[in-house]
Design a protein. Structure first.
Length: 609
């Protein structure tokens, strides 16, 4: 994968800033770094060579010098597109970069729906002084921008974008409020005023003196009663084809393997079409309730992969700070960023590309919160007094420290949390980290702040579970999961590819009635049925775990002491006494506040830097 940076100033002379920005993207493209100055515009690119290793250098210009392209991504159908464009373009390289350049020059944004892959690019037209930006449909590749009186700047990561401006950035408290509600910024926004991201599935045009125009080129469609519903064979063909295309590279391809359904299925589909043993990787924990290494090893033996595993024993403050400051550039609350970075580091020692199972939970209904919503349909009908007594009895029992996949009592506590937030999460946008009453007590300075959520269907227009899948795919997936995987993997110069997020697979998944994905007690109903023969029954029966991190343990030790030391200097928006109360509850074992404390710790640690 690669890193891109662009800067236009009315005064010109901005190559020094672009050079500085490139330095902050070196991890994304350790193989090559190049810069191109074009009057008032300057483009930079760092390359991780995957296809056409000796050529396809960027920035890439047309022969007449009018257009220049910087591009981060992979186009999986580039060979097919190349044949279609060959009558109108004289190709001089063998990679996908020139195919993208040719398609954009010849057809503009109309070319985007024909592309299969992941991308973020900037195309500069020096004749008209016009810039075209775009991101892939699902938002796998990042692209941030800032437009002000001095000009326009964009880059793959926020620290690189910040290097392009001499002005200091100011905190956007609306995004801070979103962060403490959801754990990340909502689509299109960042933690900084006037700094935005190009939306997934959109293109953006900018010219000096003109307003920014941003428009969608692809949207997820929901089931339509008059259209034929794709069948099992359609899903099999689409996913097998997606895996095959993502194995195309001029370097070795490996895979992440947790032993869960999604990563195991991707590896099971990949191994038979490879001409060598697939290398697979996982990270485990000394806390057995969070450790998946045994499951991963079982899957590896069944599939026949060359498996590698390491253990994460404790949190590393310096590693966290490096990820936040050098790669994310804003608060981000998903603690699995740390093990994702470590498994990426492990894989990067052998391969430059790794397949992942990202997207399966959102598309096919794998999260436990979907099961909780099913249970809530009858739980909310119980007499209020009965629910009150049941909740009081459960809350009187100390919340277990084990992962919820290993403890029914832990699941019961988590269910109560969801039940208490039910009204606040309806209509559903994303899981809330705090109940609204608790939120107001801990973050009194953020009352009334928060961006409006992205455009989602009204609750009355769609089944509540279908809305959850829809919202998680448009909000949680691009703002949490894909951010985590991209920054963690690219920190080690590793490209990740997600076959389940092929847009044809996404469209097929969303064409199904919601009942095809869910049954009480189990999600991924259709996926399990279609691919039942590809994996042993033990993997299909596995309880959903996810890449959990033992924060409960960390905050009862060194990490809790670290938070206690910095919480005294919190900004006015946070009630320090309320935070200390959360920490006492956690250390006393009354309640597992690990994820809430982590969110606060990350925000404060980010401010200290």
């Amino acid at each position: 994968m690669c890193g891109i940076t662009f800067h236009y100033t009315h005064a010109g002379g901005n190559s020094d800033l672009v050079e500085k920005s490139l330095g902050r993207l070196q991890h994304r493209g350790p193989d090559e770094s190049r810069l191109l100055s074009m009057d008032k515009a300057c483009l930079g690119h760092t390359r991780l060579s995957i296809i056409d290793l000796e050529r396809s250098h960027q920035p890439m210009q047309t022969q007449d010098g009018r257009y220049a392209l910087i591009y981060n991504g992979e186009i999986y159908n580039y060979a097919e597109l190349r044949k279609q464009l060959a009558t109108r373009w004289d190709f001089v390289t063998a990679g996908d970069t020139e195919v993208l350049l040719a398609g954009l020059v010849l057809e503009g944004e109309r070319f985007l729906p024909r592309i299969e892959g992941m991308w973020a690019f900037a195309l500069w037209d020096s004749a008209t002084e016009s810039l075209l930006l775009s991101r892939d449909r699902m938002g796998k590749k990042p692209l941030y921008y800032e437009c002000n009186a001095a000009g326009f700047a964009c880059a793959s990561e926020l620290p690189a974008l910040r290097a392009l401006t001499r002005d200091s950035w100011s905190e956007d408290f609306h995004s801070t409020a979103d962060y403490f509600r959801f754990g990340y910024c909502l689509p299109g926004y960042t933690s900084w005023q006037g700094v935005f991201e190009v939306l997934p599935g959109h293109w953006l045009r900018w010219s000096p003196g003109e307003s920014i125009k941003q428009q969608s080129y692809w949207e997820i469609s929901l089931p339509h009663p008059e259209l034929a519903i794709p069948n099992d064979e359609d899903l099999v063909f689409a996913l097998e084809d997606a895996v095959r295309k993502r194995l195309v590279a001029d370097v070795e391809v490996g895979a992440f393997l947790s032993g869960g359904i999604d990563s195991s299925l991707i590896c099971a589909l990949a191994q038979p079409v490879m001409n060598k043993q697939l290398k697979t990787y996982t990270i485990g924990f000394s806390d057995q309730t969070f450790d998946e290494r045994n499951f991963a090893e079982q899957a590896a033996r069944h599939i026949g992969t060359d498996h590698h595993a390491e253990e994460l024993n404790n949190w590393d403050e310096s590693h966290l700070e490096s990820l936040l400051m050098n790669h994310l550039g804003q608060p981000f609350a998903d603690a699995s960023l740390l093990p994702t970075s470590l498994v990426s580091k492990l894989a990067s020692q052998d391969v430059k590309v790794a397949l992942s199972g990202d997207g399966g939970d959102e598309l096919f209904g794998g999260y436990q919160r979907y099961q909780a919503r099913l249970i809530l349909r009858w739980y909310t009908r119980l007499p209020a007094m009965l629910r009150k007594y049941a909740e009081s009895a459960l809350r009187a029992l100390p919340e277990p420290r084990a992962h919820h996949s290993r403890s029914l009592l832990k699941k019961a506590h988590l269910f109560l949390d969801i039940a208490q937030r039910y009204k606040a999460e309806t209509p559903y946008t994303a899981p809330l980290m705090f109940h609204p009453d608790e939120y107001e007590k801990i973050f009194p300075g953020l009352s009334g702040f928060g961006h409006r959520p992205p455009k989602l269907l009204e609750e009355t227009d769609i089944d509540d579970l279908q809305r959850m899948l829809f919202a998680d795919t448009l909000v949680y997936l691009p703002q949490d999961i894909l951010v985590k995987v991209d920054r963690a993997s690219m920190a080690h110069g590793l490209e990740t590819r997600a076959p389940l997020l092929d847009h044809k697979v996404v469209e097929i998944a969303f064409s199904q009635p919601c009942s095809n994905h869910f049954m009480l007690g189990s999600g991924k109903r259709w996926l399990k049925s279609v691919f039942a023969d590809r994996l042993p029954a033990s993997i299909w029966r596995r309880r959903k775990q996810g890449f959990g991190v033992p924060l409960h343990q960390w905050f009862r030790g060194e990490l809790g002491n670290r938070l206690d030391a910095i919480v005294a200097n919190v900004p006015e928006i946070i009630n320090s006494d309320a935070v200390k109360k959360l920490l006492r509850e956690h250390k006393d074992g009354r309640r597992d506040n690990g994820y809430r404390l982590w969110m606060i710790f990350v925000y404060l640690a980010n401010r200290v830097q």
